[in-house]
Design a protein around this ligand. Sequence first.
Ligand code: PGD
Length: 790
Amino acid sequence: MNDLDREYLTIEQCVPHSSHWGAFSVRPRAGGVEIAPHPRDPDPSPLLANIPAAVAHRARIARPMIRRGWLDDGPGPDRRRGRDEFVSLAWPRALDLAAAELRRVYAQSGPQGVFGGSYGWASAGRFHDAQSQIHRFLNLAGGYVRSVNSYSSGAASVILPHVVGPQGFVAGNNVSWDELATESALVLAFGGMALKNNDVGGGGTSRHVARGNLRIARERGVEFHLISPLRDDLPAETGAIWHPIRPGTDVALMLGIAHTLMTEGRHDRGFLDRYCVGWPEFAVYLLGHSDGQPKDAAWAGEICGLPADDIVALARRAVGRRTLITCSQSLQRAERGEQPVWMGLVLAAVLGQIGLPGGGFAYALGSTSNTGKPPLAVPLPSLPQGRNSIGDFIPVARIADMLLNPGAGFDYNGRRLTYPDIRLLYWVGGNPFHHHQDLNRLRRAFARPETVIVHDSVWTASARHADIVLPATITLEREDIGGSAGDPLLVAMHRAVPRFAEARDDHEIFAELAERLGLEPAFTEGRSPRAWLAQIYQPTRRALLDRGLDAPDFERFWELGELILPTLPWDGGPLRDFRHNPDAASLPTPSGRIEITAAAITAFGYADCPGHPAWLPPSEAPGSAAAAGYPLWLIANQPATRLHSQLDFGATSQAAKIKGREPVRIHPHDAAARGIRDGDIVRLYNDRGACLAGAVISEALRPGVVQLSTGAWYDPDDPAAENPLCVHGNPNVLTRDIGTSRLAQGCTGQLTPVEIERFDRPVPPIRCFDPPPDRSANRSENPGQTERGG
Ligand code: PGD
């Protein structure tokens, strides 16, 4: 037992802590913990109930494990990854091996040979944030190939700066929940604002406010229109009118509405002239003068599967009142995902309400618990990451392409770039075998590097595809500071439980590696984790003092357990200023205006992202030749019962499973046509792969659509097979690994064509939560192996 363990055992009261799904307190209990949501939270997330299982679940990684083939044969490309055995090693030996391998790769290939993009949500906490830790370490070690943008918002984050400004101009910074509740009259929610997404916010939250504000808005008479194939993408209490659109066709609907507005003379010509550029060129397309096809309501209705009359009616309802167009992140996580975001903005411009309170365009409102809330007035603690010595990067979702095609060229945002030749992949705080598309292709890609190192607390599929697996603590096992730019609560995250088995903090692991590489003083700067917390708290405290506010010193903050930070008054952000004075507060686009037609994008010459928003049919859709045999659209969206793949073994996640499988929702018509009954185990498949799931018959989907959320742990029936069946229900065995377009190269995991059938064979067991056996010969002779604290 070390000192920290002893200290923990003397704590008798609840200890404050935080997670991406909310602030909470923990009361240690024999063999586990009890969790209570923060008392300020009006609508705590059910995901909190997943936490207790993490403390001692059998899926936890107990000790450093090395892949047998790597240990026996040394580094090198290896198709045995993901199917090989593991052996445990004592910490010092595992760290020696990892340090020696880093030294070798840096010496032979330089930083261009090391991929440290390491995408992933990891856990809340400003110091132990896994991305900050790995990037600080790799920057000191020599640099690394990084990744840019996110799986959440890959297309939007690239298109928006061209056409209106940084994502923040239209996401969470222009229309607040309060404004929606008090000012909006009509909300056209493209992709909805599903409350399940609002459960989660990077860094945590003390108040989930979406449901309450939607309710207030409804009570005030706001008219909601939900445009989605899924009825529950807006909560029932909004009383929304559901337009069950065909997946992936929102741009056609937006064009149909815009065409109706224009041809009926209801468009705001004054706004388009004063605040926008490129309307005339776009109007030529809208009217069909450039391609012979007017984008009228009848045309749109055919594509979207909605009645043309409803489209005309929707256009007419949207004028003459305060109308807000919202666009969810899911719409842009699909092929040509740039288009719905751009066209949503253009539709709001046609209505002329951008910059007005509660009107205009909001991207991603409700996508996390902290969008649409006032920003903090003071900086949050953060760990300095240092400087990367190289500029090489990939758009984050091109990971498999990069590994499979070293030296190949690719397009990105007007540039021609080259994939680096990666020798060492280092992943901390993410699960690519959850988040990436076409997992069978990813398995082939993971066979290419010479070494893969993963830290995780649990045996994810990504850990199983690594060579060196180092057990990380979970957040309850360490001290940290929790905070998010969209929430006023700073949490002193006290340690709640002792560490599991031999798990160590990522920081400690990197400090040990740094010591072996002669970088320890630079990495730790001589500070313990507690001293780091005190250090990174100082900028927040100084900013509070500068504002003349109460600013407890670190020890006092730690004792108090939390601190309410000041927020800035809501001012509508740069779009409101722009509306007041488009010359003095021009936008950071090339023209200073909203770009309906963007000369810079036209100049790129991308057929898949032309110079103005356009309807570009997906290259693979049910009914198309490319998807012959796969008549259903699969929506692989964010889960309601966990964050991504995290804590899939937790109580909330497990309660929703059907015979241990992830639920897939299917419309009664589609189920009947296939002889599928509620609760049946079914097989979803296409040319890329197949998975099992448990059928839930539901009328909350448009016929022809099935929905299987992401996050069920990948569980191949035969890891040695080329394209194994995932017996658990990970939809990313089915999704397609292509970029949104040559512009953004974002993730396209949201939609894919599939077929589904009843699975009448014996159902294979779920094994993804069972750790791989430890095959070390001397394991029984060496059971202690506890060098905790090193
Ligand atoms: P998580 O499950 O959150 O998924 O992908 P991401 O990789 O972020 O993975 C985080 C991992 O970090 C977990 O394995 C967890 O155990 C580990 N972890 C947590 N805390 C720590 C820590 O302190 N240290 C270490 N070492 N590990 C830790 C999410 C990504 O998936 C995202 S953001 C989106 S939006 C995408 N969404 C979709 C989608 O809509 N549809 C499809 N088909 N695919 C998607 N993938 C994307």
